[in-house]
Design a protein around this ligand. Structure first.
Ligand code: ZN
Length: 285
C-alpha cells in the first residue's frame, strides 16, 4: 500500500489514482496519515472491500503529483544518521563509525516533492536518503523485532548547509540541516510489506541531470533494523516518527573540486520501489 499526504489529507495511491481515505470511508478513517500508520491492516482490508465502488471524482491521476506534501506533516521526532554508508565515510576522509552517529532535523524544516530549496549559503549540499516511517514504534526493540515497529519507507533528501554545519566545533549538524524545506520526504509512504528487504534498494541523486549518487542500501554501516533498535534503547519511537538513514557517497562536498547547489539546479532523488522526489533550488526566502 502507498499512502500520501496530499493537500494536507491522507490519500491512498492506487493504480486508478489518489483516493482520499477519510472521504472515501465516510469518516471511518482519519484524514491524517499519522493516524493511519497504526491501522494499516484495517485500511488495507477496507480498501480491498470497497475499491471497485469508489467513484471517479475521488481520484486523480498520480502522474499529477501537485499537492503532495511531506509524507507525515507533524511527526513528533525526526532522527538522522551521520556517515552511515562506508563509501560516503571514505569520501569524507573518515573511518566508518563503530557507533551510530545520531542527530535531529527539526520539524519546521519539512517539505514535500516540488518544494523549493533555498540557497542559503555557497555550500548547500544534497544527501539522498532512505527514510524510515515508524508505525507502532515503542521502546527496547531488538534488531530482530525492530522492523515490526516500522510502517514503511519513503525517499528523503537531507539538504545540508555545510557552512553552518561546520561553523561550530564540534559541528552543529541539526541546525545546518534545518533551514526551511531542508527536510524533504516523498513522494509517499510505501508500506513495509511492499518493500521487502530495506538493505537491497538502489538509491540515486541527479542534480540538473548529472548523476552524482548511484549506490545501494547494501552499503549501510548500520542496517535499518540496527538503527531503529539503537534509537529505541534511549527514546520512545512514536507513530509517524521519521528516521533519515544516511547518505551514500557522491555528495557535493565529496566532489573534486566540491560542487554545491546553485539557483536553478534541479535535485532529483529516487529510490528503487519508493519513487522519486524533485526539488528546485531558489534564492533564499
Ligand atoms: Zn544525511
Amino acid at each position: 500500500m502507498r499512502l500520501a499526504t496530499r493537500h494536507g489529507r491522507a490519500h491512498l495511491v492506487t493504480d486508478q489514482g489518489f483516493v482520499d481515505v477519510s472521504a472515501a470511508s465516510h469518516g471511518r478513517f482519519s484524514h491524517r496519515v499519522i493516524d493511519l500508520l497504526t491501522q494499516l491492516d484495517e485500511v488495507g482490508t477496507w480498501w480491498d472491500e470497497v475499491h471497485h465502488e469508489v467513484t471517479e471524482e475521488l481520484v486523480a491521476d498520480p502522474a499529477l503529483d501537485a499537492g503532495l506534501g511531506p509524507v507525515v506533516d507533524q511527526p513528533s521526532q525526526i532522527f538522522a544518521v551521520g556517515l552511515n554508508y562506508h563509501e560516503h565515510a571514505r569520501e569524507m576522509g573518515l573511518p566508518s563509525p563503530t557507533t551510530p552517529m545520531i542527530f535531529t532535523k527539526f520539524v519546521s524544516s519539512l517539505a514535500g516533492t516540488g518544494s523549493p530549496i533555498p540557497r542559503v549559503s555557497d555550500s548547500v549540499d544534497w544527501e539522498s536518503e532512505l527514510v524510515v516511517v515508524i508505525g507502532r514504534g515503542g521502546r527496547h526493540l531488538t534488531p530482530e523485532t525492530a522492523l515490526d515497529a516500522v510502517a514503511g519507507y519513503c525517499v528523503g533528501q537531507d539538504v545540508s548547509d555545510r557552512e553552518l554545519q561546520m561553523a561550530a566545533s564540534p559541528p552543529q549538524f541539526s541546525l545546518g540541516k534545518s533551514w526551511p524545506n531542508f527536510t524533504v520526504t516523498g513522494p509517499w509512504i510505501t508500506t513495509r510489506d511492499e518493500v521487502g528487504d530495506p538493505q537491497n534498494l538502489g538509491i540515486r541523486c541527479d542534480v540538473s541531470e548529472v548523476t552524482f549518487q548511484n549506490s545501494t542500501t547494501r552499503d549501510m554501516v548500520f542496517t535499518v533494523a540496527e538503527v531503529v533498535s539503537y534509537l529505541s534503547r534511549v527514546v520512545e519511537l512514536r507513530p509517524g516518527d521519521l528516521i533519515f538513514t544516511g547518505s551514500p557517497e557522491g555528495v557535493g562536498q565529496g566532489q573534486k573540486p566540491p560542487r554545491f547547489l546553485d539557483e536553478g539546479d534541479i535535485v532529483d532523488t529516487r529510490i528503487e520501489k519508493l519513487g522519486s522526489i524533485r526539488n528546485t533550488v531558489v534564492a533564499p526566502f
